[in-house]
Ligand binder design. Structure first.
Ligand SMILES: [Zn+2]
Length: 279
């Protein structure tokens, strides 16, 4: 599951490459949209909504903005997906058979690879695909009270599962789930009702996400150790640090599982058994 910050960065990169540009070719490599041709349509903007990407387009024509149709290319990266921007006819860095969508403009080729969701919908119907999402941690409409209310509506659910449920709030993936639980001293398996300061935990998650919007190298904790050329080594508090000493108390960090078996990689949790006692 991607984190909200990677989707936010992807949207910013796509917006920079595509906004205001007219498509000179489009190629949807999924059966449902294989015959769709958006040549001549203009990209008006690309926006993130939680972990979803919305690429909004305006039909070509003379009719003025009011009479022209608008469409949205809705995508979700899921586990493996990515969008990449190339110079026109540039060489792709991923295998061609994994490409699901190719958009060409006079200045760039934009390719979506291995996308978990790819569909084209009327812009007016966007609510059908993202309307269920809770408040977006990185969105202009972030609403802490509403996110807290939604999470507390199910007080017996483990906080580690509630944080990943995008209907509660949008933007947290496994890394920020583990890191924000650590910062709050809460075990991810603890029920929501046992979290002493839920708003504080969400504020930490938001702060960490925002701190990582500018860089592709995610950091939640800057290590005092210096790496090559004196650049601070990025690091996490607990995520991916099984057996390594906790940065606060020195106890070896644990790796565990949380939630139903169908969740794949998002089942894995990391925590310090001393700072975050098992409930
Ligand atoms: Zn510890």
């Amino acid at each position: 599951m991607p984190e909200g910050d990677s989707v936010w960065r992807a949207a910013a990169e796509l917006h920079k490459a595509l906004a205001g540009q007219t498509l000179t070719a489009s190629d949807f490599r999924v059966p449902r949209f294989a015959t769709l041709n958006l040549t001549g349509w203009t990209v008006s903007e690309v926006v993130p909504r939680g972990k979803h990407l919305l690429m909004r387009l305006l039909e070509s024509g003379e009719a003025g903005n009011d009479g022209r149709r608008t469409l949205t290319i809705h995508s979700h990266l899921k586990m493996e997906g990515s969008w990449q921007v190339y110079a026109p006819s540039g060489r792709w860095r991923k295998p061609g058979h994994t490409a699901r969508c190719v958009l060409r403009t006079a200045t760039a080729d934009v390719v979506g690879f291995s996308l978990g969701i790819l569909e084209v919908i009327p812009t007016a119907d966007e609510d059908h695909v993202v309307g269920h999402l809770g408040p977006d941690l990185l969105g202009p409409d972030w609403d802490m009270e509403e996110a807290v209310r939604r999470i507390k509506a199910a007080p017996d659910i483990p906080i580690g599962l509630a944080l990943l449920d995008q209907k509660n709030l949008a933007g947290i993936g496994n890394i920020y789930r583990c890191e924000s639980c650590f910062l709050s001293g809460v075990h991810p398996a603890a029920p929501v009702s046992a979290v002493p300061d839920l708003a504080g935990l969400l504020a930490d998650a938001k702060r960490l996400l925002e701190a990582n919007l500018g860089s592709a190298r995610r950091v939640t904790r800057e290590s005092p150790l210096r790496g090559v050329r004196g650049v601070p080594r990025p690091g996490y508090w607990v995520y991916g640090r099984e057996h390594q000493p906790c940065h606060r108390c020195g106890t070896p960090t644990h790796r565990g599982m949380l939630g139903p078996a169908s969740g794949m990689e998002d089942r894995v949790i990391y925590y310090c058994p001393r700072c975050q006692p098992v409930p």
